[in-house]
Design a protein around this ligand. Structure first.
Ligand code: NDP
Length: 450
């Protein structure tokens, strides 16, 4: 579909030409540029600053070889990436993803989204992202360590506590962050906050582990309260995934009085009409690193279904996709709507396809886009950076209160922008524009070199 604005059409065509065969990146850019249509109408002077032409091109894109030796003594080679997308409002900040599907397109889509998300938090963080096509599944701790050390040996040349501060993402949790932090310290002889998501004994922040899931619930709670005067009390909730985000989203949903009835992994989903027993899930996923199908073997009355997409056929009031990009398509969105879903909020990055988002918005479903709804993780990473700089730690209550406050502010920034630019309640547009305005202003004042 063509853009209404010829200028935006031109920007998109340039991005398309420069980045062929990068569908995820193009999908993310298109969605953001579509949100800028009302901005261009209301503030056409923004065109002259060249900010939009510049923001779609990364400041730096680094790709490197990661070679390591497996437990059989065999040399393995993976590909590492870091995109330093935009540093207008602070050091680059964004996670590292280790998953076989990682490629330039995925890293660029995530890095691009991160610019707006980080801006929305109100903290001084630019946008970046990185990772590798390395698959941690089935690897021994020794293999994970050797991979992480090799990965950091190269990455350390490009990052720093005031330059670029990576964090975890899919496949990168406390174990991997620990190995990478140790290697950075060995190479540089510096104990600095160069990574977030660290262990509590060496500079990590309380509540960072829970932050994305908790933040998602704080955001969604504010959204349903302000837009429809609703609460989570007694609501049926479906959550996809069963990793870090899904687990802590489930925990907070339960604390708010909701019944979470389903979770999934890339093989299938579980349904428990009595409400998911989270201690069982944590044992399976966090301790044993096993498959979610185990749950049905251990909890009587629960069911396991092969294939992860069927999860969207379960009737619920609120759906929280927390697994991966494009996990919820237009047909599945329609199924949720037909089954009476009231709100959808994205814990994962870009889990809903453009067709799914259209179905939700057309049907008046309250929809919290990832950039806004899952910003709690990076916000708490920002709080970890602040604690590291001050060489001080806040209590769990202090961090949680700050996180809660940030998520409430993010909802209102997105909601207010949607109203100001004439699409009240469209938080996709509102989040993109609210995140963009601050970065655009900073870029304008800093001149055109970046
Ligand atoms: P994890 O690696 O901890 O967990 C990912 C989970 O999603 C696993 O259970 C995985 O199952 C499952 N999964 C993967 N693909 C599918 C699929 N197609 N359908 C169903 N389940 C699937 O990652 P996180 O929880 O950290 O991240 C999840 C999402 O949240 C990602 O999009 C990430 O970018 C985003 N996010 C994460 C943040 C964080 O702080 N961790 C911050 C902001 C966003 P399996 O074991 O089978 O692979």
């Amino acid at each position: 579909m063509a853009f209404k604005s010829a200028y935006l059409q031109g920007v998109y065509e340039t991005v398309e030409k420069r980045n062929p065969n990068e569908p995820e990146f193009l999908q993310a850019v298109r969605e953001v540029l579509e949100s800028f249509e009302p901005v261009i109408e209301k503030k056409p002077e923004i065109i002259e600053t060249g900010v939009i032409d510049r923001i779609v091109e990364p400041e730096r894109f680094i790709q490197f070889r990661v070679s390591w030796v497996d437990d059989n003594g065999k040399v393995q080679v993976n590909r590492g990436f870091r995109v330093q997308f935009n540093s207008a409002i602070g050091p680059y900040k964004g996670g590292l993803r280790f998953h076989p599907t990682v490629n330039a397109s995925v890293i660029k889509f995530l890095g691009f989204e991160q610019i707006f998300k980080n801006s929305l938090t109100g903290l001084p963080m630019g946008g970046g992202k990185g990772g590798s096509d390395f698959d941690p599944k089935g690897k021994s701790d020794g293999e994970i360590m050797r991979f992480c050390q090799s990965f950091m040996t190269e990455l350390s040349k490009h990052i720093g506590a005031d330059t670029d501060v990576p964090a975890g993402d899919i496949g990168v949790g406390a174990r991997e962050i620990g190995f990478m932090f140790g290697q950075y310290k060995r190479l540089r002889n510096e104990f600095v906050g160069v990574l977030t998501g660290k262990g509590l004994t060496y500079g990590g922040s309380l509540v960072r582990t829970e932050a994305t899931g908790y933040g998602l619930l704080y955001f969604t709670n504010e959204m349903i309260k302000c837009m429809k005067n609703e609460t989570f009390e007694g609501k049926t909730v479906v959550i996809s995934g069963s990793g870090n985000v899904a687990i802590y989203a489930t925990q907070k949903a339960q604390q708010l009085g909701a019944k979470v009835v389903a979770l999934s992994d890339s093989s299938g989903y579980i349904y428990d009409k009595n409400g998911i027993q989270l201690d069982v899930v944590k044992q399976i996923k966090e301790v044993e690193r096993a498959r979610i199908s185990e749950y049905a073997k251990r909890v009587p009355g629960s069911e396991y279904h092969e294939g992860c997409r069927g999860i969207w056929s379960i009737k619920c009031d609120i759906a929280l996709p927390c697994a991966t990009q494009n996990e919820l398509n237009g047909e599945e969105a329609q199924m949720l709507v037909d089954n009476g879903v009231m709100a959808v909020a994205e814990g994962a990055n870009m889990p809903s396809t453009p067709e799914a988002v259209e179905v939700f918005l057309k049907n008046g479903i309250m929809f919290g886009p990832a950039k806004a709804a899952n910003a709690g993780g990076v916000a708490t990473s920002g709080l970890e950076m602040a604690q590291n700089s001050a060489r001080y730690s806040w209590t769990a209550e202090e961090v949680d209160a700050k996180l809660h406050n940030i998520m409430i502010n993010i909802f209102h920034s997105a909601y207010n922008a949607s109203e100001e630019f004439g699409q009240k309640g469209n938080l996709v547009m509102g989040a993109n524009v609210a995140g963009f305005m601050k970065v655009a202003d900073a870029m304008k004042w800093q001149g055109v070199a970046y």
